[in-house]
Design a binder for this molecule. Structure first.
Ligand SMILES: C[S@@+](CC[C@H](N)C(=O)[O-])C[C@H]1O[C@@H](n2cnc3c(N)ncnc32)[C@H](O)[C@@H]1O
Length: 223
């Protein structure tokens, strides 16, 4: 009985007490530690050798975003590659729509396990593949259909890699963030779910045209 009273009193006191500076500091430190532990243990593995400015966090594509990406892929066939495949949802959906081989490149081992588990759950584990590889080191010269959902800070650099490696008839779909210097031939959806489709041939022609224009201008200026 006494015990009950003292517990209730202690609880009441705790409820009525306002938080002091040290309480706030302890809560902040605890929260910070938990976030740090989650970052190091779950989100960061695999990224140790990737420069900080190229590290992109995991944010899964929304259902509408996946739908918009698939709409832009209509009429295409063959293989598909998702660069930074997260939990594998784009690869899985592309496979369901007939793309084969469907491959995801992902650095985070936990996300690779999760992707394989997701594929296994619906009986597609032998039909899709998730590889633990750094997307910056993957050879893309044979890829015809590529999807990306990466941070705007890395898209400029990725443009260069894609232009240097992809075949002329390749199609690139960017989810949520567009490529900064490219002109899309189609856009699907609105807001954060939007997706952009780019033809590599068109980007190369555009690049050649602007180089030609620069040469002409330079010649005129210096003759
Ligand atoms: C914004 S998420 C997109 C996930 C997925 N593509 C989707 O649409 O749901 C970006 C993913 O790229 C992965 N990633 C970032 N840099 C990478 C790299 N250098 N190589 C492979 N994967 C990378 C991250 O781990 C993260 O899962």
């Amino acid at each position: 009985m006494d015990d009950d009273c003292s517990t209730t009193e202690a609880f009441d006191e705790l409820k009525s007490r306002s938080l002091g500076v040290s309480d706030v500091a302890q809560i902040a430190a605890g929260t910070g530690l938990a976030v740090y532990a989650m970052w190091v243990g779950i989100l960061q593995p695999g990224f140790r050798r990737v420069p900080l400015k190229l590290q992109v966090p995991y944010i899964p594509a929304s259902k509408s975003q996946v739908r918009n990406v698939m709409t832009l892929l209509k009429g295409r066939k063959g293989g598909i590659v998702d660069l930074g495949s997260g939990d594998g949802r784009i690869v899985l959906e592309a496979h369901r729509r007939g793309f084969t081989p469907a491959v995801g490149y992902e650095l985070n081992p936990w996300l690779i396990y999760l992707s394989r588990f997701n594929a296994w759950r619906i009986g597609h584990h032998r039909k899709v593949s998730y590889r633990r590889e750094d997307l910056w080191k993957v050879d893309l010269s044979e890829c015809k259909n590529i999807t990306v959902f990466l941070a705007p800070s890395v898209l400029s650099l990725l443009q260069k890699k894609l232009l240097a490696e992809l075949p002329n008839d390749a199609l690139v779909i960017a989810g949520r963030f567009p490529f900064p210097d490219w002109t899309p031939y189609r856009i699907e959806g609105l807001g954060v779910d939007r997706a952009w489709a780019y033809s590599i041939e068109a980007q190369r022609n555009c690049q050649q045209l602007s180089q030609l224009t620069r040469n002409v201008l330079n010649n005129n200026l210096f003759v």
